[in-house]
Design a protein around this ligand. Structure first.
Ligand code: ZN
Length: 270
C-alpha cells in the first residue's frame, strides 16, 4: 500500500518538478495541503454541531414561549397540520433544503426563522473546540444567551430562570479556571456596574441586562466584557442608523450575543 502511495507521489513529483525545487519542498506542500483539509473538516464538523445547537435553541424558545418545559425530550410537530416530525424532517438546514421549505405532509411553508436560527448557530459555534471542558462551559453559556436573544428579539423580555444554567456554568468555569482580577479589572467592573445600576434605577434598562453583563465578566473578565458591550453598542447603532422606521424600543440582547460571537472570532480564538 505504501509502495503504491510512494509510486504515486514520485510520479506526481516528477510531473510537477518545475514547481518544486526538491522533494522536501514537495513533501512540505503535501503536509500543508493535508493540514488545510484537516482544518476544513474540523471547522465543517463544528459548523454542523453549531447548526444542531441553533436548531435546539429555536426548539427551546418555541416550547418555553408556549409554557412547555419539556425541552430535552418529546417529538416535534408541524405547526400547521400537527403531524409528528421524523428524524429526517429535523436535520438542520439539510431537511429544509430537501423539503424546499415546505412541510412533508401538508405542504405549508415552514417558517424561514427555522433555517436562519440554524445558520446563525452554525456560524456562531464553528470556531469552538468542543473537546475542551472550559470551552464546553462557555458553549453552554452562549447557547442560553442565544435562547435569551431569541426571546428578547420577539418579546423585548425574557424569563429570568433562563439565566440559572449559565450561572451554574459560570460557577464551574470560575472554579476550574480560577481567574484573578487586577486593579484595572476591578475599576472596569465597578464603573460599568454603576452605569448599569443607574440605568435600572431610571427604568432605562432591565435587571436581566445587568445579570448578563455580570456573566460576561465571569467568562471573559471585565475588560473583555466591556469590549463585547462596546461591539454590541456599535452594532445596535449601525442598525438604528440603517433602519427606515424609528422604533422606540430596541432589543439589546441579540446585539450582545452578536458581540460575544465576534469577540470569540477575532479576539479569543480557542
Ligand atoms: Zn404540516
Amino acid at each position: 500500500m505504501f509502495k503504491t502511495y510512494n509510486g504515486y507521489f514520485t510520479r506526481f513529483f516528477d510531473e510537477s518538478k518545475y514547481f518544486f525545487r526538491n522533494k522536501i519542498d514537495f513533501y512540505f506542500f503535501c503536509v500543508f495541503i493535508l493540514m488545510e483539509v484537516f482544518f476544513m473538516i474540523y471547522y465543517f464538523t463544528n459548523f454542523l454541531i453549531g447548526t444542531c445547537l441553533g436548531s435546539h435553541a429555536n426548539l427551546v424558545f418555541d416550547r418555553l414561549s408556549h409554557e412547555n418545559f419539556n425541552i430535552l425530550f418529546g417529538r416535534s410537530y408541524c405547526d400547521y397540520c400537527l403531524h409528528p416530525l421524523s428524524i429526517i424532517d429535523e436535520i438542520p438546514i439539510l431537511s429544509y433544503v430537501c423539503l424546499r421549505g415546505k412541510c412533508r405532509f401538508c405542504k405549508k411553508a415552514i417558517s424561514k426563522k427555522m433555517i436562519i436560527t440554524e445558520l446563525i448557530g452554525g456560524l456562531s459555534f464553528f470556531s469552538f473546540n468542543f473537546s475542551d471542558l472550559t470551552t464546553i462551559l462557555v458553549v453552554i453559556w452562549l447557547f442560553y444567551l442565544y435562547v435569551i436573544a431569541l426571546f428578547d428579539y420577539s418579546f423585548q423580555e425574557f424569563p429570568t430562570y433562563l439565566l440559572s444554567i449559565p450561572t451554574l456554568s459560570a460557577s464551574f468555569f470560575l472554579w476550574y479556571s480560577k481567574p484573578t482580577l487586577s486593579a484595572l479589572d476591578w475599576i472596569n467592573l465597578i464603573v460599568i456596574l454603576l452605569v448599569f445600576i443607574s440605568g435600572i434605577l431610571r427604568a432605562k434598562l432591565g435587571s436581566g441586562d445587568l445579570l448578563i453583563y455580570l456573566l460576561l465578566c465571569c467568562f471573559y473578565k471585565p475588560e473583555a466584557a466591556n469590549t463585547i458591550i462596546l461591539i454590541a453598542c456599535l452594532l445596535a447603532l449601525m442598525h438604528f442608523l440603517l433602519q427606515k422606521s424609528i422604533k422606540i424600543s430596541l432589543a439589546f440582547i441579540p446585539y450582545i450575543f452578536a458581540g460575544t460571537v465576534l469577540y470569540h472570532l477575532f479576539f479569543n480564538l480557542n
